[in-house]
Design a protein around this ligand. Structure first.
Ligand code: ZN
Length: 134
């Protein structure tokens, strides 16, 4: 039996489920898929400005594995950008170090169990209005 890949650590999930290019009505047909660990690699390197070796440590993967994830993320984003395709951010092989919820109304990310019953932005309550992300 093949050994399952070790999960990659993600500390911040995305606010959105994907992206759509402007002025491309058919863009959701055949979207580009960006895995959550690919999203996280872009966040760490290009948003938080971490060197790749530190980003690899944050995600609990080797440097070569990180580079592979990161390069694949860039490739997927470039493909969407050039071909005018939507990006869906989903799936992958990851674990989050905290529980995350997203408000169904304002899309605010809410961290941890103690806060999960209420969105402070729009005071929505409960399981129906807050979506559990992991
Ligand atoms: Zn809200």
């Amino acid at each position: 039996m093949a050994r399952p890949h070790k999960s990659r650590k993600i500390s911040n999930p995305p606010k959105m489920v994907g992206f759509k290019p402007y002025g491309m009505p058919m863009c959701k047909i055949d979207p580009v898929i960006l895995k959550l660990e690919e999203y996280e690699s872009i966040r760490l390197v290009n948003y938080d400005k971490l060197p790749q070796d530190q980003a690899a440590i944050r995600m609990n993967v080797s440097r070569p594995t990180f580079t592979r994830i990161y390069n694949n993320a860039l490739e997927q984003i470039a493909k969407a950008f050039i071909e005018g395709k939507a990006i869906e951010i989903e799936g992958g092989n990851y674990e989050m170090d905290k529980e995350w919820y997203r408000c169904r109304k304002c899309f605010k990310l809410i961290e941890g169990l103690e806060n999960h019953t209420k969105c402070k932005n729009c005071t929505l309550y409960g399981e129906n209005e807050l979506i559990k992300l992991n």
